[in-house]
Design a protein around this ligand. Structure first.
Ligand code: HXC
Length: 296
């Protein structure tokens, strides 16, 4: 789909996207680049990073790839420094790297739980911490009065409880909390905007392939609100937050899921609701003495 944003809205900006080699991270990198940003992507798998850089460059986007693991402070520091060395500034950090798998709480080892917390929550904190020096107002290559932007990719699985996701739910709840704390502290002290994007089920991503096997997908497709989003939907949200359009938005978590997180199973049809509601109203009007009578 064509972007509704002008092609130059990020002209001159430099973005670093963790997990930018594939899935949502790649799509965000592509759209930031198509709107004028230079892009550095970080990922653990060299061949994935290399082919993503190649693809970005084929769109005319100035791009570099850095192999690294967000769990390792030295990798994070090296990535941020390489980005600065190559492009001369850093304006946008997108924390999109994540790890997940399906596991019932009873079957999950402490190390399995810890691994996902380490990638999603600790990794996000490490990247933010290493990038601070370059993102803050007056930092190297930055305007003295305007700081950069951080976008943390989170999820909606921890709003209601989600089966088989105790590890990722805890990890993403921590990511949201990190987003708000940094929005407060770094917004005030350094002029940095920190926001989150919470994607719902997005088709053609590792998240959906790993977490929603085809059998479940087929069941969900019967329910009207359970539409799959596209990676493009998340990239557009990122563009909004990264561009001047989002300059007064700080500490928010933008849910991009078509409203699915609100949905609960419908227990009665509308007709049944009408019938039952009227029956109860009638009954309440003839309530025994001492009980409140409806005035409706
Ligand atoms: C139970 C599992 C498991 C599984 C791993 N573990 N897979 N436990 N069921 N399917 C346990 C291991 O047994 C081990 O614990 C511990 O987790 C660490 O496993 P490793 O394989 O050593 O970890 P590592 O190589 O670091 O790999 C991390 C990973 C892997 C998370 C397990 O899947 C990964 O790298 N994923 C990155 C890509 C990814 O998952 N993308 C999807 C993101 S989707 P023990 O006790 O045995 O030592 C997403 C969306 C969120 O984030 C919300 C969407 C709705």
């Amino acid at each position: 789909m064509e972007s509704p944003f002008k092609a130059e809205i990020l002209k001159g900006k430099v973005a670093l996207v963790t997990g930018g080699g594939s899935g949502i991270g790649y799509e965000i990198s592509l759209e930031l680049g198509k709107h004028g940003a230079s892009v550095a992507i970080m990922g653990r798998r060299k061949h994935v990073v290399d082919s993503a850089v190649h693809a970005l460059r084929s769109h005319g986007i100035p791009a570099i790839g850095i192999e690294g693991d967000v769990r390792k402070e030295e990798d994070a520091a090296r990535t941020v420094e390489s980005t600065f060395k190559h492009f001369g500034r850093l304006d946008i950090l997108v924390n999109s790297a994540a790890g997940n798998f399906l596991a019932a709480a009873e079957d999950l080892s402490p190390n399995g739980f810890r691994t996902v917390i380490d990638i999603d929550s600790v990794g996000t904190f490490i990247m933010c911490r290493e990038a601070l020096k370059y993102l803050k107002k007056g930092g190297p290559g930055k305007d003295p009065s305007i700081g950069g932007t951080i976008i943390n990719i989170t999820a909606v699985i921890h709003y209601p409880a989600t089966w088989n996701q105790i590890h990722a739910s805890a990890a993403k709840a921590a990511v949201d909390s990190i987003t708000r704390s940094l929005a407060l502290e770094w917004g005030e002290d350094h002029g940095i905007l920190v926001n989150g994007i919470a994607p719902g089920a997005i088709g053609d991503t590792a998240g959906v392939t790993k977490l929603a096997p085809q059998e479940i997908v087929n069941q969900l497709k019967q329910k009207p609100l359970y539409k799959f989003g596209e990676k493009w939907d998340i990239a557009m949200a990122a563009l909004y937050l990264a561009s001047d359009a989002g300059k007064f938005v700080n500490g928010t978590i933008l849910i991009v899921d078509g409203g699915q997180w609100l949905s609960k199973p419908r227990l009665m049809s509308r007709e049944e609701v009408k019938k039952l509601s009227r029956r109860e109203e009638t009954r309440s009007r003839v309530a025994p003495a001492g009980l409140p009578n409806s005035k409706l």
